[in-house]
Design a protein around this ligand. Structure first.
Ligand code: F6P
Length: 532
């Protein structure tokens, strides 16, 4: 496949930016085109998107769709949903979509892609549902167990961020009366803070790790085990205060969990990427917090977005539109980052989740074929909930010199607390988007805001399981789209291996005292931080 920047559409988009968009005045664009909002907004499953404040014209999306076609995006999408190998460097499928597909295929069953499902994909679907039922049964057992008051989820990266963002976002839907704790950092303060607040006899520890080998998770799990035994816990499964009863593992490595002494293990598969795994057994804390029925609703929302991505026509395909917009800003507007501004306390960890999803998927420099990429890929994703961001970095968004697209996520219904606050929250989000677009003139230069600053507005009816499932699936698929345009494998993460390996090397050198060949800075820092 030719490089993405060698395609006809790429050249046309460069020309389009220079001649039609660089001088676009968004305020005038609305005055000129009464149909702009209708043409550049749409309803997708559970999510409404207003794209009309973006630096685009309808013609822009036509060219972006042409680029998607030239880059084979539809074919790669179909291959993913057919269960074929799209994770080329690990020779795996990427079937997180299967985790939320009903046993009969649901909305995908009627699509031609389902006809491409091999026997192994169909067998995997059956396994998915068997594991889902086991996971939900365990969750319901924990929810009914009045002796368990606290659940400590130990995991990091995709084994942590997904469950955490969903458990927090669905706080209004928690009904088990359990206190959920998340421990991810290897910094002992995090685990120590939790252990000081729980009692061994009333705590369930969940050890979540796809590999069951991640150093931070293993150290936290072993320390929790040591603490538990010191509290009178036993390795004897017949004892009430036993590892068997108070520890559960979520992993693809069942044997490793058994060697740790955990006998209750929920498994999942190597075709589930870590950052795409909350829908699998990794979602156990979610199911404990909200129950089986609502966990199924989470899956249903994501499934509806899957079907939308697979079946909706390109011009009304929201994951495609957003993924192509990401390419537009990254490669044609040369914007190095994207700001996420969720106007919802419940979505306060959404940005952290999206940082892994987007930057670990697409922060790469070679194509699937191992050729160097001559264009930048994933934007730096950052942000904080609104309205807090308005008192931190919105100054730069309004008057800084960088073009930074902003993504607002807001809720039409704000949940059950302090309803009168909701109007203020939403009005602020809308006003910020308007201010970014219109800017402000004026005599004093320091008071001027240039305006024409783009934003996308995503709107959910409310923060319920189905809406959240659809929103997260929307982000998963948009990342896939931009990755496919760039020609990269969005499903591996070889870049994280070197740091892990060097950390192990430094720890063994610290023990052996052998520092030959280590640079002076690293050696000096180790001496200052860990020396006698
Ligand atoms: O960050 C690297 C990574 O491998 C992520 O991809 C993954 O989500 C995380 O570490 C945790 O991995 P595991 O679930 O295997 O412990």
């Amino acid at each position: 496949m030719v490089a993405c920047d060698q395609t006809p559409a790429w050249a046309a988009l460069q020309q389009h930016w220079a001649t039609d968009i660089q001088s676009l005045d968004l305020g005038e664009a609305f005055a000129e085109d009464g149909g702009r909002l209708a043409a550049l907004s749409q309803q997708a499953p559970w999510v409404f998107a207003d794209l009309s404040k973006n630096l685009i014209r309808p013609a822009t999306e036509v060219l972006l769709r042409q680029l998607a076609g030239e880059r084979g995006v539809p074919a790669w999408r179909d291959a993913m949903f057919a269960g074929e190998c799209v994770n080329t460097s690990e020779d795996r499928a990427a079937m997180h979509w299967l985790l939320r597909t009903p046993a009969d295929g649901g909305l995908l069953a009627a699509s031609p892609i389902a006809q491409r499902w091999s026997a192994s994909v169909r067998a995997a679907l059956a396994e998915v549902h068997a594991t889902l039922e086991s996971m939900l049964a365990l969750a319901e057992q924990v929810r009914r167990d009045s002796a368990i008051t606290d659940v400590v989820h130990i995991g990091i990266g995709g084994s942590h961020l997904g469950p955490e963002v969903v458990v927090q976002a669905l706080e209004d839907w928690h009904d088990a009366g359990k206190c959920l704790h998340f421990v991810s950092n290897v910094d002992g303060h995090e685990l120590g803070h939790v252990l000081r607040r729980v009692r061994a006899e009333s705590t369930l520890f969940i050890v979540a790790s796809k590999s069951f080998g991640t150093a931070e998770t293993m150290l936290n799990a072993h320390s929790a085990r040591t603490w538990f035994l010191a509290q009178g816990g036993s390795t004897d499964a017949t004892q009430p205060l036993s590892i068997a009863r108070h520890f559960v593992a979520l992993t693809t490595q069942v044997d490793a969990a058994a060697r740790f002494g955990i006998t209750r293990t929920l498994g999942f598969w190597d075709w589930v990427g870590g950052r795409y795994s909350l829908w699998s057994a990794i979602g156990l804390p979610i199911a404990i917090a909200i129950g089986a029925e609502r966990f199924r609703a989470l899956l249903q929302g994501a499934h509806a977005m899957d079907a939308h991505f697979l079946i909706a026509p390109d011009a009304a395909n929201l994951p495609l539109r957003l993924g192509l917009l990401d390419v537009w800003y990254r490669n044609f507007a040369h914007a190095p980052s994207r700001c996420i501004a969720p106007y919802s306390h419940g979505l306060r960890r959404l940005t952290a989740y999206l940082q892994q999803l987007e930057m670990e998927s697409n922060g790469k420099q070679v194509t699937r074929a191992g050729e160097p990429l001559m264009v930048p890929t994933a934007p730096i994703v950052w942000g904080e909930p609104g309205t807090n961001g308005q008192h931190a970095f919105f100054q730069m968004l309004h008057q800084g010199q960088e073009l930074i697209p902003v993504e607002f996520v807001a809720l039409r219904h704000g949940g059950k607390y302090l309803a009168q606050h909701h109007e203020s929250l939403v009005v602020n989000a809308i006003a910020q988007a308007q201010a970014l677009m219109l800017g402000r003139g004026g005599a004093a230069p320091e008071r001027r805001c240039p305006g024409n600053r783009p934003s996308t507005f995503l709107l959910l009816e409310q923060l319920d399981p189905a809406s959240l499932g659809a929103l997260i699936a929307l982000y998963e698929h948009r990342v896939f789209v931009s990755g496919a345009v760039w020609g990269i494998n969005s499903f591996d993460q070889w870049g994280v291996e070197l740091g892990k390996q060097l950390a192990g090397d430094l720890q063994s050198r610290q023990e052996s005292g052998q520092w030959w060949g280590v640079d002076a800075s690293t050696r000096g820092l180790m001496q200052r931080l860990l020396g006698e």
